[in-house]
Design a protein around this ligand. Sequence first.
Ligand code: G1P
Length: 165
Amino acid sequence: MGTGDAVYKTKKYIKDKYFLMLLPDDLIIRNNCSKDMIKIHKKYKGSVIASMKVKKNNVDRWGIYSISKYLDKENFKIADVIEKPKAKNAPSNNAVIGRYILPKNIFDYLKNQKKGKGGEIHITDSIRRMILNKNLFIGHKFKGKYLDCGSMSGYINSGIEISKL
Ligand code: G1P
């Protein structure tokens, strides 16, 4: 039913105030992105989402966010986020990549999250509602190399890159 539905199913296991969520088909090699994000979370006391710039004509494959403030060179306060916008409606080309530090109270939002793009329940849509309610979400430009498994050529290339590790 979508990322939001999947996360909601973990509710009973989440005991801490924040938790790390990873999408297993987003691979980042040569640097521990999650570890860096935990540091950012501790420093700024907010939620953190990994991100990178994508090609403008590819924005409809990703969650795309706009920035309201630069916290430092690699971390940005997110103003808004939209799931898979058309290029003409995209607020930027800053894409969400599958590493998130989310607050436990996102479950209050997921509980009544309506279906969005493609009839799925998206974590992005609950994050959006939290941002509009003034919760701090930080976009983190990660170090390391991203391997895209979301297209056939990307998937094949990822296998080759991993075989070299
Ligand atoms: C999911 C998220 C999207 C995010 C992407 C990263 O989409 O819904 O916001 O940008 O992962 O890979 P999916 O790839 O599951 O369609």
